[in-house]
Every structure is written in C-alpha cells, then in structure tokens.
Ligand binder design. Sequence first.
Ligand SMILES: [Zn+2]
Length: 150
Amino acid sequence: MAHTRGSLYKRCGCRDPLSTKRLGTGCPHLAEPEHGTWSFACTVRSPFTGTRRVRRGGYVAYGAAKRARNRLLAQNPDERVGQLWTVEQWLRYWLLLSATRVRPSTLRNYQAHVESYLIPACEQLANDPAHSVRAALNETPAPPSIETAT
Ligand SMILES: [Zn+2]
C-alpha cells in the first residue's frame, strides 16, 4: 500500500497538574469548539526514505486538517519529498548525486563543507528555532579552505 488515510484528531497543550505531562488527545476540554487544534497523522511512501509516518498539527478546524492531509496524500512521491525531507537529507542526497558529477577533490571539499559547516548549522537551528540562520552560520567553525582548480 502506498499510503494510508491516517487519522484526524484534536489535541491541546494542557498538562496534568500532578504529573505535568501533556494531556494531548486526552484533555476533557477538547469537546469545546475553541479548545485545542486539529492534527493529522498518516503514512506515506517517499522516494529514498521509504514508508514514513507524517504528523502535522496546528490547524484551527477539522476541515483544514483534512484538506492538508488530502493534499499531502494526493501528491506524487516526488512532490512529497519537498515537504518531508530535512535540509540535512537534501544535502546528503546532493552529495550522493555530486559523486559522479565532479572531480574527487571537489567532492571532498563539498563533503567537508556539508559535514563540518552546513549540517552543524542546521542542527543548531533545529535545536533553537529562534536562532537566526546568519547567527547559526557565524557561530559554526570556519569551513576548510576550498581547493581551487588551476
Ligand atoms: Zn486542553
């Protein structure tokens, strides 16, 4: 099966006062129209990564979550890649493609930049979304020097 229709559900950020754990889909106030947001979860097939469970949330209405899920499921696998892959996955895939298109020394430079400069900057951004892209790049160690062709 290429994908499943998955599920639509409502959840909120309320916490149990004793355990402080999130109530999520178990909050007693979710039946109230203004409480919580709608989410969807489904399984899709994506090139290179295989079957993957996708969860998206923050939709104000059931219909909005359902439309977003249906849009994702209606995409062909190539279109879906753009929504599912992280920048790190794209960079590693680009390195894979570059292996047959550039000289070995150029590929080594690309790999060094990706591994020591770009991916650490992406991880820093993922851990602290309020951090700016420029700040993350400025705080990452300088990349190795680039060999120039002569
Ligand atoms: Zn709640």
